[in-house]
Design a protein around this ligand. Structure first.
Ligand SMILES: NC(=O)c1ccc[n+]([C@@H]2O[C@H](COP(=O)([O-])OP(=O)(O)OC[C@H]3O[C@@H](n4cnc5c(N)ncnc54)[C@H](OP(=O)(O)O)[C@@H]3O)[C@@H](O)[C@H]2O)c1
Length: 343
């Protein structure tokens, strides 16, 4: 195992911390592990047994995902496993959690985003961990969905726990805005809700977000704070995303508008059918998630006006969504979009 060299933090001092990472196999978790290892921290990834990311991967493949970090197989849904297989008498300075339900469906969200996180917090307290960095989401500022309520409930528990916290609420990730690159490349129209300007966001790159998360450990301005964060540049609408892709490909822009009312009809039908076929309740919630992202901006919400405010949304990092689109169009691997994707 190589732990790298000790690096200077944002304040110029040298700090080498022992950090355990949950959700390390996810998109931001992997980037966070890289960022923490680059800073010279001693990183241990708690990976669940039967991890989805394992798929056809062997345990050795999983270990290989995290160059310079150790891996422990731990089930965060099981307090005994956290104590026995995870913290296990080891000293950690901090927990960084990028763990989240893969689907956002209510049962899964309450089990992972809330319950499993409570287990981790309790085990971390027992183990004397001093700092808990939580990856949350900007959309919890307007919590209409079960997964947002589950996240908020854990945020509240963390804030009240007495453990130092940094709660990071980022805007949209690049992967969530990349689902149509292939369609456009194949000559199909870019799908938009309404006229494509119903929403906007300041997308944030995986590595830029990971740097922000890693800095929470050493930047005292980020201690005991809820931190909303977006990427660099101006806010971007879905129409602008489409226009950029067509321009890069040298093609005439071609859009197909999907009415939001169509989602309302789907939600209504699924909700009624769920009364006789309960598994459809989950599908109805996934459709509600789709509707939410089709109509709500991933920007700071002004509680006075009820309007989203791009200028009030802080920015970090250097990589823009358009840099990322360019690299995918030039042949870089397209991201795995996960289960929340609408298009
Ligand atoms: N997508 C966006 O645009 C966006 C924007 C803002 C905020 N966010 C938030 O950012 C967070 C992380 O997103 P992401 O895209 O990095 O997530 P992701 O790729 O889906 O990764 C989720 C991580 O949680 C782990 N996990 C899921 N269920 C688990 C379970 N039952 N037990 C143990 N571990 C479990 C996964 O492990 P396995 O590999 O074993 O499944 C994986 O490591 C989420 O809270 C999301 O809401 C997303």
């Amino acid at each position: 195992m190589s732990l790298g060299v000790v690096t200077a933090d944002a304040h110029g001092s040298e700090t080498r911390l022992r950090v355990c990472v949950l959700g390390a196999t996810g998109t931001i978790g992997r980037a966070a592990v890289r960022a923490l290892v680059r800073r010279g921290h001693a990183v241990v990834c708690f990976v669940r047994p039967g991890a989805r990311a394992r798929g056809s991967l062997t345990p050795a493949d999983i270990a290989g995902l995290f160059d310079g970090a150790r891996v422990k197989v731990v089930d965060p849904a099981d307090p005994a496993s956290l104590a026995r297989d995870g913290f296990a008498g080891e000293r950690f300075d901090a927990v960084v959690s990028c763990m989240a339900s893969r689907t956002g469906a209510p049962k899964d969200a309450w089990a992972i985003d809330h319950r499993a996180h409570l287990n981790v917090l309790e085990a971390a307290k027992q183990a004397g961990v001093g700092h808990f960095v939580l990856l949350s989401a900007i959309c919890v500022q307007k919590p209409l969905l079960a997964f947002q309520q589950a996240k908020l409930a854990f945020e509240a528990a963390l804030i009240q726990s007495g453990v130092r916290y940094s709660i990071v609420r980022p805007t949209a990730f690049f992967k969530s805005l990349s689902g149509q690159i292939d369609r456009v490349r194949k000559g199909k129209p870019f799908l938009i809700f309404g006229d494509g300007t119903l929403t906007a966001c300041k997308p944030i790159g995986d590595d830029d977000l990971a740097e922000f998360i890693a800095d929470c450990l050493v930047d005292q301005d980020r201690w005991n704070r809820v931190l909303t964060i977006g990427g660099p540049g101006a806010a971007i609408t879905p129409r602008q995303q489409g226009e950029f892709l067509f321009a890069e490909l040298g093609r005439e822009p071609k859009f197909k508008s999907v009415p939001v009312a169509l989602l309302d009809v789907i939600i209504a039908i699924l909700s009624v059918l769920a009364r006789i076929a309960p598994p459809l309740a989950e599908k109805a919630e996934l459709a509600r998630i789709g509707r939410y992202y089709a109509t709500e901006s991933m920007l700071v919400l002004d509680p006075e006006t009820g309007r989203y405010d791009a200028d009030a949304t802080p920015s970090t990092g250097t990589e823009t969504l358009f840099d990322f689109y360019r690299s995918v169009l030039a042949g870089a691997e397209a991201p795995q979009r996960g289960d929340h994707a609408v298009f």
